[in-house]
Write a protein that binds this ligand. Structure first.
Ligand code: UDP
Ligand code: MG
Length: 337
């Protein structure tokens, strides 16, 4: 797996569980019980990071009560509701585990499936995604939109998963530290991380009905997901140099315009016919202007990308492993502090 950039610290324990929580007071005690049982059985050294995403019910009290009894739990209370993606991003920032597992608080995923996911992970994958079997949600509002979304995302990103929407997923430490999230992007992590060169696998997991409370999303999520998909595809395909995309379009369109213009010029010179009233002339002028527009848009986009990379110190490469002498390593370590 890619080693994190030099400035980043490595994992400190085996496993982090990240749970976003928005108005789930009735699920928290049970979540604690089921997670503890499943994780104790696995015998791993773990932490649970629960992010209270501005809940308006008693999730605050309930989470603090759990934390008071169990110091493996780490609670982050947001000031207001920032959304599931933001909650997961906060969990990723805080995570210290070599493997980071995300799970919903409503127990639609069964914590006992974590063992299955980790087993697959140990075969050498960087992301292992749950694939919900026998889904319990409504066919028209949920399952069909989700099938279409999975097909579209798989096709357009090249990372073929049956169930992008399943929150139960495991990521390598470097993956969660390497992707920046916003919007509804959490479901695209496998696609975004494909840029890093990750190995991705899927395991079937059970889907249960929500234990308590109701879903936080309606049908409108579908549109957000589609818009995010467009961004993801663009980011994945043209991230490095947008100028190449816009430039190619510019050359093509501008080239056609120039050829048309040349044809009209020669035509006029040879035949002495008027060309001022020909629609083709307008088309030629339009295409030439468009070509210039495309290229200049590309240059601007390229400059934006440059600022983006430089301001966020985004790496343009990802290293799987590094080997060097201990002496050199010690010096690098000193420079870091
Ligand atoms: N969630 C959150 N912030 C939000 C909406 C949801 O933290 O603004 C959490 C929610 O508490 C749950 C998970 O994200 O743990 C998934 O939400 P939900 O179960 O409502 O989604 P669904 O399973 O219906 O897709
Ligand atoms: Mg749910």
């Amino acid at each position: 797996m890619s080693v994190a950039p030099e400035t980043m610290q490595g994992p400190e324990l085996e496993l982090s569980i990240v749970v976003p929580i928005f108005n789930e007071e009735g699920n928290i005690e049970r979540l604690h019980r089921e997670l503890t049982a499943a994780l104790t059985e696995l015998g791993r050294d773990y932490e649970v990071i629960a992010i209270n995403d501005g809940s308006q019910d008693r999730s605050y009290e309930s989470l603090n009560a759990v934390q008071a009894r169990d110091d493996r739990w780490h609670i982050i209370h947001f000031r207001r509701n920032f959304g599931q993606t933001a909650a997961m991003a906060a969990g990723f920032d805080a995570a210290r585990g070599e493997v980071v597992v995300t799970i919903d608080a409503d127990l639609q995923n069964d914590p006992r499936d974590i063992g299955k996911i980790l087993k697959k992970f140990a075969e050498g994958y960087d992301i292992v995604s749950g694939w919900r079997q026998n889904r319990k949600e409504s066919l028209f509002l949920r399952r069909i939109p989700s099938m279409i979304a999975n097909w579209l995302i798989s096709r357009s990103t090249g990372i073929k998963l049956h169930d992008y929407g399943c929150t139960l997923k495991a990521y390598h430490f470097d993956v969660v530290k390497g992707v920046r999230l916003y919007g509804e992007l959490h479901r695209f992590i496998p696609a975004l991380a494909s840029q890093m060169g990750v190995r991705v696998a899927e395991v079937p997991v059970v889907d249960r009905a929500r234990r308590w409370g109701s879903s936080k999303y309606g049908f409108s999520r579908t549109f957000k997901v589609i818009l995010d998909l467009i961004v993801v595809v663009f980011v994945l395909s043209y991230f490095g140099r947008p100028l190449y995309v816009f430039g190619a379009a510019g050359f093509l369109v501008g080239g056609i315009g120039t050829l048309l213009g040349a044809y009209l010029t020669i035509f006029k010179l040879l035949t002495e016919n008027k060309i001022g009233d020909r629609p083709l002339l307008q088309l030629a002028a339009l295409l030439m202007v468009l070509g210039v527009q495309f290229i200049s848009t590309g240059i601007v986009a390229d400059m934006i990308m440059r600022t983006y990379h430089e301001s966020q110190r985004k790496p343009i490469y990802f290293i799987r492993e590094r080997r060097r002498s201990e002496a050199v390593e010690a010096v690098a370590e000193l420079e870091r502090v």
